[in-house]
Design a protein around this ligand. Structure first.
Ligand SMILES: [Zn+2]
Length: 96
């Protein structure tokens, strides 16, 4: 007896798109480190020639490099979380 592949592969691929993106989980990890994104972005700055100042020591890497991209995403995650926390506090303060 043989099994024929169904269309479920395409569906599960679409659902796990976020998890397959290597930036997203790494950004959440970095967002959990206090000051992590800021430390990375302080080192991985854009040079005048558009390369990353830290990574281009080893090879010419365009900025934002992988680490800088992750750090920028981590900062966005932190900002979004802070906004959610503040709006929750506002609701609590006003007894809503
Ligand atoms: Zn870099």
């Amino acid at each position: 007896m043989t099994t024929t592949p169904t269309g479920s592969d395409a569906t599960s691929a679409a659902l796990s798109d976020d998890l397959l993106d290597p930036i997203e989980p790494a950004a959440y990890f970095m967002a959990a480190q206090p000051g992590g994104p800021e430390r990375v972005l302080a080192q991985h700055t854009r040079r005048e020639d558009g390369r990353c100042s830290a990574c281009s020591v080893h090879a010419l890497v365009s900025w934002p490099c992988g680490l800088a991209s992750i750090a920028q995403r981590a900062q966005t995650i932190t900002t979004e979380r802070r906004k959610v926390r503040q709006s929750r506090q506002t609701l609590r303060t006003h007894g809503l």
